[in-house]
Design a binder for this molecule. Structure first.
Ligand SMILES: [Zn+2]
Length: 138
């Protein structure tokens, strides 16, 4: 891993209820969509889950995933984290991240009942769609 990754900006949408689900899209300086991270946190149970990570092939191994997950961890500092099912790539990535951050990311490490509620919320439910939030230099 080198530190050659350029600045990243991201747009995210999240909910709070007491769990939140956030989708963050990262763009490079030319506004190309290069990565997506979906995570959930529950403030009541102090749990977090990385549910989806995808990075454009040309941007892999350049620190983008690490930076996005560092951003996710700020939503649940000290929380117990886990992931959904991990691809072979992810099975190499997350242990390296654990060595670096001290945060474990066990596959199917268990969420909480509020995560399930969040996933089952029907489309068109009365909860208003959250406004997108722009973050510079993720
Ligand atoms: Zn919970």
């Amino acid at each position: 891993m080198t530190s050659t990754a350029p600045a990243l900006d991201a747009v995210s949408r999240s909910t709070r209820s007491p769990s939140s689900s956030t989708s963050m899209y990262a763009y490079d300086a030319r506004d190309y969509d290069i990565a997506r991270l979906v995570w959930q946190v529950c403030d009541q149970c102090c749990r977090g889950s990385i549910n989806k990570i995808s990075i454009s092939p040309e941007w892999q191994r350049r620190g983008v995933g690490r930076r996005l997950i560092s951003r996710a961890l700020r939503d649940g500092p000290g929380y117990t984290w886990s992931t959904s099912g991990q691809s072979p790539e992810a099975k190499r990535f997350f242990p390296a991240l654990t060595a670096e951050t001290g945060t474990a990311f066990p596959e199917y490490g268990g969420g909480c009942v509020h995560f399930d509620d969040d996933r089952r919320r029907p489309i068109g439910s009365p909860i208003p769609a959250p406004a997108p939030r722009f973050e510079r230099h993720v």
